[in-house]
Design a protein around this ligand. Structure first.
Ligand code: B12
Ligand code: SF4
Length: 451
């Protein structure tokens, strides 16, 4: 049986490769490679490092995608931003699939609910080329959206909700593929390492040391996508880091965990105390760290093991927003975390801080005050635009109050659409906040002038 694994295009107002890697699909591919007799093929529309990707990829693992401006769906007509398809030029995609043999199955992942048009576009091309292949769609969209709703946008043979390691093997078996005995994947350590060999750039790779999160923030779907917070063993995490380094020459590792520092003594301390002694790697945390977990010792290990891009989830200075963020952070905890990081060796200006923007009920003064607080702390703000995620408490409230339509319209879950159309902020106010954030960022990262 021949199976093509696909990471689809993005359709959005903005998209940037902040080390975006389809790690879920790579896990599925590893399981299929290890426990079936299937032949695997791989096509990643978002891999900027492949030949014909249309952009200079550079050495760093992050950067801009090639994009083509496209017509906006009607609902976005009043949103004052260009709308584009992000990913490799379509000709490159078509050339690649023309060269592939006939496929029996196409296995496609999804990340954001509002990237559905990218899924639609990618599937249309694939179905034309491989009319007989079974289509299996998994990832965030089928995990958060009921099948009947997805079918309004796309058509597939299987929609897989939740973790896919076992489910993909069951589907392959049902379709007549050969399956070998496999372990119980509910023990996280039994899951093989992601099939990183399928990526073009292995210099920078993602790492998950756990799945899920013990907190339950009102705007986050982590608890729906991951029923339980589960942690990998220290041995397995270390084995994977050494394997990346030795097999692929990986130099930079990007942490994808939701709750990386939770239970830090059990996992983080033990893994990174060793890594800091034995390897010279650089680590990035584009997914925010919890400031409350950053005591002196943690800050020191972060610094010594080469954590470079640090982003802290602060969210807001306002109590009501902090309580909707599980009270995982307070102003005091934030100040202490920054002090500890500075003491460990970081420059304040190099520490990034996420602030929610466009959050329901958040006024202009709230976000302005949060930005001023961040400025006083001397750290660099990053606006995290609120995206209403289906299934979350905030999303349900927004539907009940009529701010969002019922039944769900996937396009309404786009963060840029939401910001310009729902919280009641004018375009001038939005521009003012964005400019203020850029100005503070420039201020805090400016090198002091030489006397
Ligand atoms: C890491 C992460 C990021 C990383 C990179 C993401 C990436 N994958 O490359 C960074 C930090 C860059 C990021 C950014 C953002 N993210 Co993010 N991110 C995540 C996070 C924490 C983990 C994703 C992940 O890799 N999980 C690990 C893998 C193993 O899981 P998985 O992909 O789901 O795959 C499993 C199953 O889904 C399934 N599966 C997957 N594909 C397939 C395919 C088939 C066929 C099958 C059978 C099964 C299957 O099997 C896999 C293994 O079991 C999720 C939350 C979460 N816990 O899932 C949010 C999440 C996806 N992000 C979210 C958001 C909102 C964002 C931002 C928009 C935040 C912001 N406001 O700016 C940005 C936008 C990014 C952009 N460039 O535009 C939302 C999505 C909301 C939505 N509406 O859909 C989530 C759900 C978090 C939330 N708020 O609830 N993110
Ligand atoms: S702490 Fe982060 S990952 Fe956990 S529920 Fe809150 S927002 Fe989601």
């Amino acid at each position: 049986m021949k199976i093509l694994f696909v990471n689809p295009y993005i359709y959005d107002f903005t998209a940037y490769d902040l080390w975006l890697r389809p790690v879920g699909l790579l896990y599925i591919a590893a399981v299929v490679r290890r426990f079936t007799g299937c032949e695997i093929f791989w096509l990643d529309a978002l891999d900027r490092f492949q030949e014909g990707a249309g952009v200079k990829s550079g050495k760093s693992g992050r950067g801009k995608y090639y994009r083509e401006i496209v017509k906006k769906p009607e609902i976005y007509e009043q949103t004052p931003r260009y709308y584009a398809r992000y990913g490799i030029p379509v000709e490159t995609f078509r050339e690649k699939i023309e060269k592939l043999p006939e496929m029996d199955m196409i296995v496609l992942t999804t990340l954001m609910t509002y990237w559905i048009e990218g899924v639609q576009f990618t599937l249309n091309i694939l179905v034309n080329r491989f009319p007989d292949a079974k289509i299996v769609v998994g990832g965030v969209i089928p995990s958060l959206i009921p099948r009947e709703k997805i079918e309004e946008y796309i058509s597939a043979d299987f929609y897989v909700s939740g973790y896919g390691e076992k489910k993909i093997l069951e589907i392959i078996e049902r379709e007549g593929g050969k399956i070998y005995p496999y372990p119980d994947f509910s023990h996280i350590d039994n899951i093989p390492f992601p099939a990183f060999e399928l990526l073009t750039n292995r210099r920078t790779l993602p790492l998950l040391t756990s799945r899920g999160c013990p907190y339950h923030c009102a705007y986050c779907a982590s608890g729906i996508l991951n029923k339980k917070f589960v942690e990998r063993s220290v041995e397995k995490i270390l084995e994977e880091i050494y394997d990346m380094h030795e097999t692929f020459g990986t130099e930079e590792v990007v942490i994808f965990d939701d709750a990386f520092l939770v239970n830090r003594r059990k996992r983080f301390f033990r893994v990174f105390a060793e890594v800091s002694q034995k390897l010279k790697l650089r680590f990035h945390t584009p997914n925010g760290l919890h400031p409350g977990e950053i005591d002196e010792e943690t800050a020191e290990i972060l610094f010594k093991s080469g954590f470079e891009t640090l982003r802290l989830s602060f969210e807001s200075i306002k109590d009501d927003i902090l309580s909707r963020s599980s009270n995982k952070v307070t102003v005091e905890k934030m100040m202490r975390a920054v002090e500890n990081l500075e003491k460990a060796g970081y420059k304040r200006g190099d520490i990034g801080v996420y602030l929610l923007f466009g959050y329901p009920g958040q006024g202009l003064a709230d976000i302005e005050q949060s930005l001023r607080f961040v400025k006083e702390l001397g750290v660099s703000p990053h606006l995290a635009l609120f995206s209403p995620v289906p299934g979350t408490v905030d999303f349900n409230n927004l539907q009940h109050s009529g701010v969002l339509t019922t039944p769900t319209d996937l396009y309404e879950t786009n963060k840029i659409y939401y910001l310009y159309n729902k919280p009641g902020l004018s375009r001038e106010e939005i521009k003012y906040i964005k400019d203020l954030s850029i100005e503070i960022s420039a201020d805090v990262t400016r090198k002091p002038e030489k006397p």
